[in-house]
Design a protein around this ligand. Structure first.
Ligand SMILES: [Zn+2]
Length: 142
């Protein structure tokens, strides 16, 4: 079992010799995180992919919206399905990015809550790569 996770789907995957995640598929199509460094090394792909999906969703939304405003007699169901698909993906990837970003904040909150309730905390220590990033960014100490 590999110790590295894909940036987009979060599954544990082996790395190639050049340090990128191997090709893998999720639910049919190729995972957009394959061929990029794992989340432990870099989160650039996650950020760029979130923006990409958001753009694709806006475009699909606008396309359907234009047809609706023109009161078109026929709107291709594929367009509507596409809009829904992108909406779901945008939501999921947005949440993933959000969780990745506010991780230290949530961890601190959960420790504080446990200390409040029980007087001690048993949460697992955070993964090393996240601790390193917090230190690099210089925001907050635990
Ligand atoms: Zn993946």
């Amino acid at each position: 079992m590999s110790a590295f996770r894909c940036q987009i789907c979060g599954r544990r995957k082996h790395l190639r010799k050049d340090g990128t995640v191997v090709h893998h598929c999720v639910g049919g199509p190729r995972c957009p995180g394959s061929g990029h460094p794992p989340i432990e090394h870099d989160d650039a792909r996650l950020i760029s992919y979130a923006a990409e999906i958001e753009r694709a969703y806006r475009k699909a939304y606008a396309a359907v919206r234009v047809l609706e405003e023109r009161r078109a007699n026929f709107i291709d169901p594929a367009l509507i399905i596409r809009r829904g698909l992108f909406a779901g993906q945008a939501l999921r990837i947005g949440r993933r990015l959000q969780r990745h970003r506010d991780w230290p904040e949530r961890y601190r909150r959960s420790i504080a809550r446990q200390m409040d309730r029980h007087g001690y905390a048993w949460a697992e220590p955070p993964p090393d790569y996240l601790v390193e990033r917090i230190e690099q960014n210089g925001r907050g100490h635990m």
